[in-house]
Design a protein around this ligand. Structure first.
Ligand code: BGC
Length: 252
């Protein structure tokens, strides 16, 4: 059964039909620019435009860059505030005419990484995405504990993602050394709180892991994400498939 996965990001809304059993895209993905402002109406339009490129899917999984509980978006750190308490799954389902599951973007990327990334699933695994913000996904023995929002831990008296996201690196024109120092402080804080067995680092910057991983001195093993750009799309589709079989606590 093909499932459409759609990833709402800070710069683009991307989607493709997915084979959720194998974690593979069944067609080339289609991307539109994320509307600005990224209010509910404009983003629902953008998601509908992406969905309209494809046919033959029975369900849709959509990622969202904020907390999602029972299909309702609860926070909107890097998108328009009209998303706070929006009935997102219902809005998308009404528009697309099929059941829709919505989940946090980092949770979706983590679901795909854990299922298809080849990582050891034992114990506690923390997936982090460094992009516009910092997304987090926590897994215990392969099971997602959703909406962890570790990107908003305090670092040097500030919201961690304002100091250590990839956007902070770019906007502050930080050297790899300087930025890696902040990432190291952040990871040490997470180590102290959680003692995970593995950190998986995703987001666009993970393609350049050779530039900053060697500068990071922590005890926990750290590896780059393997699925890169398509992790959100695949994880959204996998979660939508799970929701079809049983009630899900992740989305709706
Ligand atoms: C949001 C998270 C999201 C992350 C990455 C943070 O600002 O609060 O929900 O996963 O950005 O998009």
């Amino acid at each position: 059964m093909a499932i459409l996965g759609i990833d709402i990001g800070g710069s683009g809304v991307k989607g493709a039909p997915v084979d959720p059993e194998h974690g593979e895209l069944l067609a080339e993905r289609y991307r539109v620019v994320t509307p600005q402002p990224s209010d509910v109406t404009s983003v629902v339009d953008a998601v509908a435009e992406v969905a309209a490129q494809f046919s033959g899917y029975e369900r849709v999984g959509v990622t969202f860059p904020g907390v999602v509980v029972d299909g309702v978006t609860r926070t909107a750190a890097n998108v328009d505030k009209s998303w706070v308490d929006a009935p997102a799954a219902q809005l998308f389902a009404d528009r697309l005419g099929v059941p829709v599951t919505v989940l946090n973007d980092a949770d979706a990327a983590g679901v795909a990484e854990v299922a298809f990334g080849g990582h050891d699933q034992n114990g506690l695994l923390v997936m982090l995405t460094f992009g516009t913000g910092i997304g987090s996904a926590l897994f215990l023995n392969g099971t997602l504990i959703p909406n962890t929002e570790f990107g908003h831990l305090e670092l040097d008296g500030k919201d961690a993602e304002l100091r250590a996201s990839d956007r902070a690196r770019e906007e502050g024109d930080l050297s790899w050394e300087k930025w890696a120092g902040r990432v190291q402080d952040y990871l040490r804080h997470l180590e102290m709180l959680l003692s995970p067995r593995l950190f998986v680092v995703g987001g666009g910057v993970s393609k350049k892991s050779d530039k900053f991983f060697p500068l990071i001195d922590i005890r926990t093993p750290i590896v780059p994400a393997t699925l890169l750009n398509n992790a959100g799309i695949i994880g959204a589709a996998v979660t939508a498939q799970l929701a079809a079989g049983k009630p899900s606590t992740i989305g709706s």
